[in-house]
Design a protein around this ligand. Structure first.
Ligand SMILES: [Zn+2]
Length: 285
């Protein structure tokens, strides 16, 4: 009996030890448990990051940060350059350095048509997209900027006003055809570069908007579907004529650094490209 009692007591001790082992084991297991969520958290964070930085995963209705740069003059600087010219002019070296910086900082140059397709049909965009555009049709854009764009395999849209083409220091039809053949885009910047909002006659406005488009298309043999408002200025009547003429997007006033949505396709905000590499690098960190 004593033996029985002893073995009974031993059984209780064993059971107690086993129970403690279960409790400790469970405790250790539960203590270990948070390790799994932390792995999941990492995976989840990764998915979140991919979603946040890949516009192709976002619905097209969403807003997107799309810097649109407007360049004017790219050529060596002259001592005689006025302050107004200096404010808009970059040397070829500076332009080259800006494109090099965009590439090394992970930006991807896209065109207005890519942005239109993104908003219209959710066509994916690369991460960190940026649009390059050139205004007013200066001949130096062909001479200096075009070769640098080709060097980096980048494209740009050249907004020209038709009265200037083939005159003086402006681009020629031949320049435009050559750039088109190399993958550049030609956009419409009106016929005479007026303040459109000051024009009261609709027929004159229509000529500035649609007349210039027809001439560009006839001379270049390709659809011209992007418009840039002269001086970046527009009003509802002008926007309405731009849409009627068949443009798919229009570039307007100044970009504040924020995101834009589909509702800004005809008032796309842009910024004059910084004329120093320091300012440019700050804009594209
Ligand atoms: Zn202009």
């Amino acid at each position: 009996m004593a033996m029985k009692h002893r073995s009974y007591a031993f059984g209780i001790v064993l059971a107690a030890v086993a129970a403690i082992a279960v409790v400790v084991g469970a405790f250790l297991y539960l203590k270990k448990e948070p390790a799994h969520p932390s792995i999941d958290e990492a995976t989840y964070a990764e998915i979140q990051t991919v979603t946040a930085s890949s516009p192709q995963l976002a619905p097209a209705a969403s807003r997107i940060r799309i810097p649109i740069l407007a360049y004017h003059i790219v050529r060596p600087s002259y001592p005689s350059d006025s302050a107004a010219v200096r404010a808009l002019a970059l040397t070829p070296e500076t332009f080259d350095a800006e494109l090099a910086h965009l590439h090394s900082a992970g930006y991807h140059v896209i065109g207005f048509r890519d942005l239109e397709a993104y908003f219209a049909s959710s066509t994916p965009l690369p991460s960190q997209p940026v649009i390059l555009s050139f205004d007013d049709g200066w001949g130096d854009q062909y001479e200096y900027a075009f070769p640098i764009l080709r060097k980096y395999g980048d494209t740009a849209t050249f907004f020209v006003f038709t009265n200037a083409i083939d005159h003086g220091k402006f681009l020629t039809w031949t320049d435009l055809r050559t750039m088109l053949a190399a993958g550049m885009t030609v956009g419409d910047h009106s016929r005479s570069h007026p303040f459109l909002a000051r024009i009261t006659a609709t027929s004159t406005l229509w000529g500035e908007i649609d007349g210039s488009k027809k001439l560009l298309e006839q001379e270049l043999g390709t659809p011209v579907t992007e418009f840039a408002y002269p001086f970046g200025q527009y009003d509802p009547a002008i926007i309405s004529l731009v849409k009627q003429a068949g443009f798919k997007s229009a570039r307007g006033d100044y970009w504040d650094g924020g995101e834009v949505g589909r509702n800004r396709l005809y008032t796309l905000p842009a910024l004059n490209a910084p004329t120093t590499t320091e300012a440019f690098d700050r804009m594209f960190p």
